[in-house]
Design a protein around this ligand. Sequence first.
Ligand SMILES: N[C@@H](CCC(=O)N[C@@H](CS)C(=O)NCC(=O)O)C(=O)O
Length: 207
Amino acid sequence: MITLYGAATANSHKVAIALEELELEWRPRPVRIDLKEQYKEWFLELAPNNKVPVITDDETGMRVWESGAILTYLGEHYDPYGRILPKSGQARYDVFQGAFFQAAHIGPNLGRLNDQMTAAEDDKIPAMFDLFYSEAERLTGVVDRMLSDGRPYLAGAYSIADVMHYPWLRFGLEIEFPSMMEKPRIPQWLTRIAQRPAVQRGLSAFK
Ligand SMILES: N[C@@H](CCC(=O)N[C@@H](CS)C(=O)NCC(=O)O)C(=O)O
């Protein structure tokens, strides 16, 4: 049995979606980040970076934190037919490119932009807002180019690259982020992914 320590956040949803895509037996263990449960000693022993998600796997005795590492782990241990992580070749590295790009660029920049957008008026820093907003515009251009040859998914076939981006970029559609709405390939890709039953189940795992 796999336990996912998580919360109703994009990074935890990525893992819940992958667990559902692979039809694995798992249980959610909600972590109250609003109550700072992630700083408790028991949690820091699991995840020294005091952030969800983390998984433990009774089958293998493994513990993994960082959503990209968790999805790689699930792909390597529980995806024999390469449904979300191709087994070899260029296809595998196309997926890793997308996954690392999300973890290094999309997550941190959109996260900080969201912090600025939702901050109390006195805490907003206009220069920070402009910086993260213009970078978010550039990054949506990158995602659009990744889809530009008519491919339905970011690395060609559906993969952990899509699973990592979807919970983040769907907010762009929700707020009608202008540079995303001008690029129909991204909303079309989001709609395609939203229709997957495993994605719908994964998103409802933590409320
Ligand atoms: N790079 C990490 C980011 C994880 C992350 O930022 N988690 C947030 C929720 S989405 C969290 O646990 N924040 C609590 C804190 O920072 O104290 C990953 O992809 O797993």
